[in-house]
Design a binder for this molecule. Structure first.
Ligand code: SAH
Ligand code: SF4
Length: 339
């Protein structure tokens, strides 16, 4: 039995060829999968009943199960998905009342090897990479379950996308070509894997690169993210400058604000100095508490103070709205466990 989800048009054409049907049938099936996101072959109503029966003998829609689904009071949906080998990941759908955008936050790995001190995903260690089909399947599952069409994708779920770049790039191509989601609506977030950023710079992609910087200097970053030892801030900056020069794209700097650790006046000054010659916007993320560490949320006052200081340095600054915290779907709260 072949799984239709994750197949390209050419791959679906091979199936229709085998069934001696026209290529136009393949196009119809492709639309039903990616744009209308049907749950069953019977819903493909522009195919004859006879052809649907033949199709059902050789293909099915998906092999991924929704193990759990939670809805937050703010409308955010969190799914725990199970792949055929029993591994699970989380995928989050964020809706913002005042916007038509529907953003899916997808996972790229089961677990994560980077093990940042503030992140729930890292606590599990690395289990395995997801295939591009498994990444694509997360968005299809959301679309099938809600009947809605996802418009934006952020690689901000579990895992480090740049440590699974082949599959991430292939999934981005699929989002582009099959889901008709423009590259500008795709964002890849990384903890700063230099070789991955260099490779991305060479791919002629219009997607957005987001860097989880989270610290104003080497000392603080080392404390928060072990990866700083391997890819330290001065080298990271050089890589980012090259990336910006090569792609012409503005990048996003993500900065997790933790009370008294990196939300001080001094930190804001150092961050502004580090960013002064980088073409970037800054996204401040107030820390979301997770188990097993004692970092604290910054106060509203210190968030606003930090924001104005960075704005005064000439950067556009946004504060990431907390979504789904009541169901542990907020940033860094995804652990991939059922409880
Ligand atoms: N591995 C990639 C992408 C997934 S993490 C990366 O680190 O960029 C998505 C974002 O959530 C990152 O910016 C991450 O640093 C942030 N995050 C992790 N733990 C968090 C927490 N406890 N509170 C708020 N944001 C967190
Ligand atoms: Fe991995 Fe990102 Fe979590 Fe760090 S913040 S452990 S890189 S998922």
């Amino acid at each position: 039995m072949k799984i239709l989800s994750g197949l390209t048009l050419e791959e679906i054409e091979k199936i229709t060829d085998e069934l001696k049907a026209s290529k136009f049938r393949a196009r119809q099936i492709h639309n039903w999968i990616y744009l209308k996101s049907v749950k069953s072959i019977d819903e493909m109503t522009d195919l004859s009943v006879k052809f649907r029966e033949e199709l059902k003998k050789v293909v099915c829609i998906s092999d991924t199960k929704i193990k759990m689904k939670q809805e937050s009071s703010d409308g955010t949906l969190k799914y725990l998905l199970e792949y055929p080998d029993g591994q699970c990941v989380e995928t989050v759908l964020m809706r913002f009342d005042n916007r038509a955008n529907l953003t899916a936050c997808v996972s790229s790995q089961v677990g994560c090897a980077v093990n940042c001190s503030f992140c729930a995903t890292g606590k599990r260690g690395f289990i395995r990479n997801l295939t591009y089909k498994e990444i694509v399947e997360q968005v299809l599952t959301i679309q099938r379950d809600t009947g809605l069409k996802v418009t934006n994708i952020v690689f901000m779920g579990q895992g480090e996308p740049l440590l699974n770049l082949d599959n991430v790039l292939k999934s981005m191509e699929m989002f582009n070509e099959n889901f008709q989601i423009g590259a500008r609506r795709l964002t890849v977030s990384t903890s700063g894997i230099i070789p991955g950023i260099e490779r991305l710079a060479g791919e002629d992609m219009q997607s957005t690169l987001a860097i989880s910087l989270h610290a104003p200097n080497h000392e603080i970053r080392k404390q928060l993210m072990q990866i700083e030892n391997k890819y330290p801030m001065p080298e990271l900056k050089k890589t980012l400058k090259d990336y910006i020069a090569k792609t012409g794209r503005r990048i996003t700097i993500e900065y997790l604000l933790i009370k008294d650790l990196n939300d001080t006046l001094q930190s804001a000054k150092e961050l502004a100095a580090y960013l002064h010659d980088l073409k970037c916007n800054v996204n401040l993320i107030p820390y979301n508490p997770t188990e097993k560490n004692d970092y604290q949320k910054p106060s509203d006052r210190s968030i606003m103070r930090f924001k104005s200081l960075i704005e005064q340095s000439g950067k556009k600054v946004t504060i990431r709205l907390e979504r789904g915290a009541d169901i542990d779907a907020a940033c860094g709260q995804l652990s991939g466990k059922a409880s």
